[in-house]
Design a protein around this ligand. Structure first.
Ligand code: SF4
Ligand code: SF4
Length: 139
């Protein structure tokens, strides 16, 4: 049996593609397990989705080929939250609010804060609590 892998994606749908049941097809036709972290439709009716897809490499590849038949932009980095290390004062306020440890004390002695974007699930908690706007949503 092929190994299951998980890939994080950010999808951008222009207005004309928002109504299509794309997630349904990823699950039903490409056997993927889909975990949506964030979904947003802008006032211009463009749509953004940040999601994890889990499946075999072949199924994920097939799903990507399917997505490319639409006018959908696929961002494989899935980076919907950014951390600006120059704005960060290492106050530590965000650390207990971050559920995954993406924002963490890299060095307990100096309490230097670091960001591991691979661990970020885009819950947006840090954006709400950071007094220095070091964390931001890219959409
Ligand atoms: S968005 Fe959530 S998971 Fe990501 S760094 Fe901020 S608090 Fe942590
Ligand atoms: S709350 Fe903001 S300034 Fe403070 S450590 Fe976290 S990211 Fe840096």
């Amino acid at each position: 049996m092929s190994q299951m892998i998980t890939q994080k994606l950010m999808l951008f749908f222009p207005k004309c593609e928002c109504e299509k049941p794309i997630i349904y097809h990823l699950v039903k036709d490409h056997n993927l397990i889909v975990n949506v972290f964030r979904a947003k439709v802008t006032p211009e009716e463009e749509g953004y989705l940040v999601l994890d897809v889990t499946g075999t490499e072949e199924d994920i590849q097939g799903a990507m080929d399917f997505l490319r038949t639409f006018n959908v932009t696929i961002n494989h980095t899935g980076k919907g939250v950014s951390w600006d290390e120059h704005r960060c004062t290492h106050c530590g306020q965000c650390v207990p609010h971050c559920p995954t440890g993406a924002l963490h004390f890299a060095d307990p002695a100096t309490r230097q804060v670091a960001f591991d974007d691979g661990e970020c699930i885009e819950c947006l908690a840090c954006i709400r609590v950071c007094p220095f706007n070091a964390c931001a949503s890219t959409f």
